[in-house]
Design a binder for this molecule. Structure first.
Ligand SMILES: [Zn+2]
Ligand SMILES: [Zn+2]
Length: 1005
């Protein structure tokens, strides 16, 4: 007998989350590759803290991982973080601005230092949050997309793709953010409908015979026009094609991107791609500032004139408008056109505007040189399509398969370069002498030291000029991701598996460099790899052009799109490109859980890169979860103020309540609507479970396990609860295997709350609190006591057995409370419930006869309880009751003590006919009669139920009217209509009940 006190989620959760990490419970050093379950976490961005979407994502993965672990698998769940290029740069930039600093003033090196100062703050905060949620990840395998090994993998991937002709550099029209100063990929552009204007501008014909009028939404770009285009079949303009027009306003020299001077007399051309129905049917062509014009400009060999700089301010080509921002320029240009009589009209015009997904600035289409990954190449596209088509990768829910395949069909090349600073710098060095593009990775160097030093320089850990001591000191400093390791250890463990024996200290390094510079060595090798500066006592690592040998190289300043590294995540985390044990054994992973918003950004690209580099799928199952919304169905956002912070919820209601709530609301293909009330509700559930545990522990005899051989045979209700548990076990396992989280959680909730707590524990009290009769002989008393004790052992053992299994069954959903309660049980045989087995369906524990009996018994007791409550008899009051029963008679007699206790009866007598002055109730063949003198206040009830009846009738009328209103049916959302129908049905049922009660009561007056 022990008392575990009140449920205190805070103490329990912080204790176990700490304990699990200290014991490294979820770290598997040498997993069995035949019997493993591997998962990589979608790495959270190091931009701040987690939101509810992350909490959902982590919870669902953790449920599956804990379940698989308990099924006996070696679960390796790899955690990590994403450096999140543009997003992180944006956050840090904003923080600097608050301090009055600017990124551009600081410069690249200093700014990156600031980012590295920020990253651990965010990373640690997120790590703590994940720990609070109870995620069972293997922290010893943690990775970061910008750690030493990952950066090396990124360079390796880039090199292979480049050498195989899948990465190319080209001039291209990109969407440019003038605020973030970078190109964005198509996916990063948000299209928003906006009210704008359509300007009709007259371009005078060269021969003075009139005008051609063009329509545009961005008049400022006219300064870069190099043609006017019409559709070849457009009768209105047929005779104008080939003529020239004078570009209005422009009387200065314009220089094209290729350096040539551009005429201000521009041709009228015909092109199929012009839409005759837009505006006047004639359009201005600005090849340098519009995607379609870019295409048309290319095919007609037009000049490309840029009129804006990277900030979207007008440049020299804009003549007198130079220096103005694009909107002031627009205003001035429109005014001047109007003065010249060249503005025909202005119309209101609704159109889609492309905005930056980060900063919401209106993007400017610009021509620039960018790096592209040719994902449309069959070598990438075909395999990535095939594996999904053939079902090697399975999407859950299935409809995402179609969406994925559609997207793959229309795949465009992926712009992978970004003009930002935070990220993997493209490993290309341009030769200033011969123009060759050199891609370097450490494969270019044979010796381990050279490889190490190249990586340190490429990762900006040391400068190009360095001393051996600096190298030694960096290599011996703590690694960023795993501070318990040095950078050198990290290299050995995660990146340089081949070079386990390498020991590096300042001495060995100095020796290495001196040998390298030895004149004899220089003679035997081609040239020294290092150059020594005797004044500064520094060495310089020398890169030479692979084509002409020149040392005059300049590294590309662009960095790679963040998703380029994320695409390598499922194999990069296991040490790729090295053939590590982990890579061989843990790839492909078994499951990816992610949100639908990054299917194209991330999921598809992981499939492309996984099938390309590993020649195998990155994961077998992809579970796509829904979006979290507020209770009204609106997206959560800071501006709307409807955000629920998962940490607040953990604080108030506990991580267990948070997790259970998210799980029970996770239905495939449906958005999750959250309100704080939901969490509160499932906190009650946790409480209920706790109280059940507390009750059981208080009633267990300390030496119960040794007494088990002396138990009485199980009673019908014991067999019933074992059957119910077994059925729940079957359903929960099935639901989990189909990723039906809500289904599994509902089964558990139902079983624990309604069957186990509300019924079985109540039944158990009959035996737990049984006492021998008074006034019996000593001998008889002894015999009774012995029998009672045997019964007690049985009921205690059943409570313990069922509760213990229930805890294991619930563990993946509510890991903390189940851990705490389970460890209190005398049967706990491991250091954690999470290492115990998951309960499995056992056909020999299904007792159908017992199940039927107890279900019927529940019906009978419920019928009596329900009439008591309708007649408003206080719950504590014990009453007399009469009954008449057909087939149920035997059952009623068998379970007389149960009925007496659970329906709170003083007596329960059988009668042949209905006694006078009674209110009757029934359940199938079982009828029962409640005498008026048992506390029925007839007149009071009559008044109140008559009142209720008229209320019901009134609202019934209301709903009937509403539902016959065509207008309502047409306009209201389906959900509202269904709700109204449900209410109507409920009211009808209630009406029936109240009427029959009233008729009974009237007979009694
Ligand atoms: Zn932006
Ligand atoms: Zn060269």
């Amino acid at each position: 007998m022990k008392d575990i006190g009140q449920y205190n989620h805070k103490a329990i959760e912080s204790n176990h989350s700490k304990r699990w990490i200290e014991k490294a419970l979820y770290s598997v050093e040498n997993p069995s590759f035949q019997n493993r379950f591997s998962v990589v976490i979608p790495p959270p961005n190091v931009t701040g803290s987690l939101h509810m979407g992350h909490a959902l994502n982590a919870t669902l993965q953790d449920i599956v991982c804990r379940w698989q672990r308990m099924l006996g698998k070696d679960v390796v769940w790899v955690p990590g973080f994403d450096h999140a290029g543009i997003a992180t740069q944006y956050v840090v930039d904003k923080r600097l601005q608050e301090e009055g600093l600017s990124r551009l003033e600081l410069g690249r090196e200093e700014f990156l230092k600031k980012v590295w100062e920020w990253v651990p703050i965010s990373r640690n905060a997120i790590r703590q949050q994940l720990e609070k949620l109870g995620v069972s990840v293997d922290w010893k395998r943690e990775r970061f997309t910008l750690d030493e090994g990952f950066s090396r993998a990124v360079r390796h991937a880039f090199r292979r793709l480049y050498e195989e002709g899948l990465i190319y550099r080209a001039e291209y029209m990109v969407s440019w953010c003038p605020k973030d100063l970078t190109a964005l990929s198509d996916l990063e552009v948000e299209h928003e409908e906006e009210e704008g204007k359509l300007y009709y501008i007259r371009y005078p014909l060269e021969d003075g015979s009139g005008y051609i009028t063009v329509a545009t939404t961005r008049p400022e770009t006219m300064l870069g026009d190099t043609a006017v285009a019409v559709h070849p079949q457009d009768e209105r303009y047929k005779n104008l094609v080939g003529k020239k027009v004078r570009l209005p306003l422009v009387d200065w020299k314009r220089i094209a991107m290729d350096g040539s001077e551009v005429e201000n007399l521009i041709p009228i051309i015909a092109d199929e791609r012009v839409k005759p129905e837009f505006g006047t049917g004639a359009v201005k062509i600005t090849p340098a500032h519009d995607p379609l014009d870019f295409e048309i400009g290319k095919s007609h060999g037009l000049a490309f004139v840029q009129v804006m700089d990277q900030f979207a301010n007008m440049n020299q080509n804009a003549g007198k408008f130079a220096g103005l921002d694009r909107y002031s320029a627009r205003k001035r240009i429109v005014e001047e056109l109007e003065e010249l009589g060249l503005l025909e009209k202005v119309e209101n015009h609704r159109h889609a505007v492309g905005k930056c997904y980060r900063c919401k600035t209106v993007l400017e289409p610009m021509v620039s040189t960018q790096w592209f990954l040719k994902v449309s190449d069959p070598r990438i596209k075909e395999r990535a399509t095939q594996v999904v088509k053939e079902g090697l990768i399975k999407f859950v829910p299935e409809n995402w398969k179609k969406i994925y395949l559609q997207w793959m069909e229309n795949l465009k090349d992926w712009c992978i370069s970004r003009q930002i600073w935070w990220g993997h710098r493209i490993p290309v060095w341009y030769c200033e002498d011969c123009g060759h593009e050199n891609v370097f990775t450490d494969e270019d160097f044979d010796r381990v030291y050279d490889k190490l030093i190249f990586n340190l320089i490429a990762d900006r850990k040391i400068k190009e000029e360095f001393t051996p001591e600096e190298v030694a000191s960096i290599l011996h400093s703590p690694s960023f991701v795993h501070p318990e390791l040095t950078v050198l250890d990290f290299y050995k463990k995660f990146a340089f598996h081949k070079y386990h024996s390498t020991e590096v200290d300042a001495n060995s390094l100095r020796l290495f460099f001196t040998q390298d510079l030895n004149p004899m060595a220089i003679l035997t090798e081609k040239k020294s790899r290092y150059r020594y500066d005797s004044k500064k006592k520094t060495y310089r690592f020398v890169l030479r052009c692979k084509k002409c040998g020149s040392e005059n190289l300049r590294q590309e300043t662009d960095v790679l799109d963040t998703w380029f590294s994320s695409a390598l995540w499922p194999f990069g985390v296991f040490g790729w490109p090295e053939e590590t044990q982990d890579l061989k054994g843990l790839y492909p992973t078994d499951l990816l859980v992610t949100g639908f918003d990054i299917i194209f950004f991330w999921v598809a690209r992981m499939v492309m890169m996984g099938t390309y580099f590993m020649e195998d799928i990155p994961f077998r199952d992809v579970y796509i979860h829904a979006l979290i919304r507020d209770e009204k169905g609106q997206k959560m956002s800071k501006t709307k103020g409807n955000v629920i912070d998962p940490l607040d919820i953990v604080e108030k209601y506990g991580a267990d309540a948070l997790r259970f709530t998210l799980a029970i609301l996770t239905q495939q293909g449906r958005d999750i609507r959250l309100s704080e009330k939901r969490f509160e509700g499932y906190k009650h559930f946790a409480n209920k479970l706790w109280n059940a545990g507390r009750f059981i522990l208080m009633n267990l005899e300390p030496d119960l396990l040794t007494k088990l051989p002396y138990c009485a045979p199980p009673r019908v209700e014991d067999l019933w609860i074992i059957t119910k548990l077994n059925r729940t076990i079957e359903k929960v396992n099935k639901a989990l295997s189909e990723y039906e989280f809500s289904e599994a959680a509902k089964e558990l909730y139902e079983f624990i709350w309604s069957e186990f707590c509300d019924w079985y524990i109540e039944f158990s009290k009959l035996r737990l609190y049984a006492k021998p009769e008074e006034n019996v002989s000593e001998e008889e008393r002894k015999a009774q006591e012995e029998a009672i004790n045997r019964e007690k052992i049985t009921v205690q053992a059943t409570l313990l057995n069922v509760f213990e299994k229930t805890l294991r069954l619930l563990h993946p959903f509510m890991p903390f409370i189940t851990e705490e309660l389970w460890l209190e049980l005398p049967t706990a045989h491991r250091e954690s419930i999470s290492l115990a087995d998951y309960p499995q369906h056992n056909p020999s524990e299904v007792y159908e006869e017992a199940e039927k009996k107890v279900e019927r018994l529940k019906e009978i007791i419920s019928a009596i309880r329900s009439l008591r409550s309708d007649l408003r008899i206080e719950p504590s009051r014990k009453i007399r009751l009469y009954y008449k029963a057909g087939e149920s008679k035997g059952l009623v007699q068998e379970f007389m003590p149960h009925i007496l206790s659970l329906a709170r009866l003083e007596s329960f007598q059988e009668v042949q006919t209905e006694p006078p002055n009674c209110v009757a109730g029934f359940s199938r063949d079982f009828e029962f009669y409640l005498p008026v003198e048992e506390g029925i206040k007839v007149q009071e009830l009559l008044n109140s139920y008559s009142k209720r009846l008229s209320e019901i009738e009134k609202s019934l009328q209301g709903f009937q009217q509403k539902l016959s209103n065509e207008n309502f049916l047409r306009r209201a959302p389906e959900e509202e209509i269904n709700k109204a129908k449900e209410f109507l049905e409920e009211l009808r049922e209630e009406k029936q009940k109240v009427e029959s009660l009233l008729s009974f009561l009237r007979r009694l007056v």
